[in-house]
Design a protein around this ligand. Structure first.
Ligand code: URA
Ligand code: URA
Length: 314
């Protein structure tokens, strides 16, 4: 094995901490309660079980969350067949196949039921599960070239309980520098599109097919997209959006595993697992071809109508 320098170790640790922070991890659990560690012999040693099981994710502060969410409707009635399925939630490892959920007409957020259903994770469980995947992405070495040239991995950003997810292609120079998707020129246009839709970045979740910047912004290779697909599928399994909007040909063709041109994919709904998928032009394409903005606006209106979101009269 080749030696790695202190500087490389420092960089890897920094990247991982930064990406955890972006995934919403604001603290790390204590290994012991106050006072415990200072008592002789009581420090938790490697491999020893803690005295008490830690609270399970999602058990604490559900009340506060529900009221902060503000829009969470009453628990929907279980659908036929739901009760008989296993209680184990495999979302962090295996994307589940779910029955389609009840739409939350007019609300941007997935309902967070008072009693978590197996296929719907609480906010806290999602943040924890996303942080796990985010940490793996930050350390990923599957694409040798991308791992060697990236500044930051770009995991994704936004609401962990989104009804709508936006899927782009890959980080560009600005995203690589900042570790956040769609922060450059294309991102500014995406913000305007969101604004026109009465959405904010914090309402939706934004991610990409590739988590690393391809050098010179070249198109991702099929091998790179395949390497990264597991992360995308795990993100979607945790986020469980009802709707997803593919931005551009690469996002749409990779997700839907098709070679159909974006001009034929846009303007209609597709299905990915139980997610309703709209495809539209990439904001970077719209910057070069402003004439296509009308088509993208038509696509967004079709998407909003399906979500039950009404635009204010203009
Ligand atoms: N273009 C993309 O597809 N994704 C980004 O995050 C930025 C630009
Ligand atoms: N080609 C792309 O890759 N994306 C678009 O949005 C349009 C053309």
């Amino acid at each position: 094995m080749s030696e790695i320098s202190h500087e490389q170790v420092r960089r890897i640790i920094l990247q991982r901490l930064e990406s955890l922070a972006r995934a919403g991890v604001t603290g790390l659990p204590r290994l012991s309660r106050p006072g415990e560690a200072s008592r002789p012999g009581e420090a938790i040693r490697e491999g020893e079980a803690p005295a008490e099981p830690a609270p399970r994710p999602g058990e604490a502060s559900r009340e506060g969350e529900a009221s902060r969410e503000g829009e969470a409707p009453a628990e929907p009635a279980p659908r036929p067949g739901e009760a008989s399925r296993s209680h184990a939630h495999p979302a962090a490892r295996h994307p589940p196949v779910r029955a389609s959920r009840t739409a939350t007409t007019g609300s941007l957020f997935s309902p967070e039921p008072a009693m978590p259903r197996r296929e719907s994770l609480s906010r806290e469980e999602r943040v924890t599960a996303l942080a796990q995947v985010c940490g793996e992405v930050a350390a990923c070495q599957r694409c040798t070239e991308l791992a060697a040239t990236r500044t930051h991995t770009v995991f994704g950003v936004g609401n962990p309980l989104p009804r709508l997810v936006f899927l782009g292609e890959a980080p560009g120079a600005d995203e690589d520098a900042q570790g956040e998707p769609f922060v450059g020129r294309a991102g500014q246009l995406l913000n305007k599109i969101l604004d026109a839709c009465t959405l904010r970045r914090e309402d939706v979740y934004i991610l990409n097919i590739l988590k690393c910047r391809p050098p010179g912004n070249r198109t991702p290779t099929p091998h790179e997209a395949e390497n990264c697909r597991e992360y995308l599928l795990r993100q979607l399994a945790i986020l469980q959006p009802e709707f997803l909007c593919c931005l551009g040909a690469v996002a749409a063709q990779c997700l839907l595993e098709t070679t159909t041109p974006i001009g034929q994919l846009r303007g209609r709904f597709h299905q990915f697992q139980d997610i309703r998928v709209m495809a539209t032009y990439h904001p970077a394409y719209l910057l070069r071809n402003p004439g296509a903005k009308r088509a993208t606006w038509d696509d967004m209106k079709m998407l909003l109508r399906e979500m039950g979101i009404e635009l204010p009269p203009r």
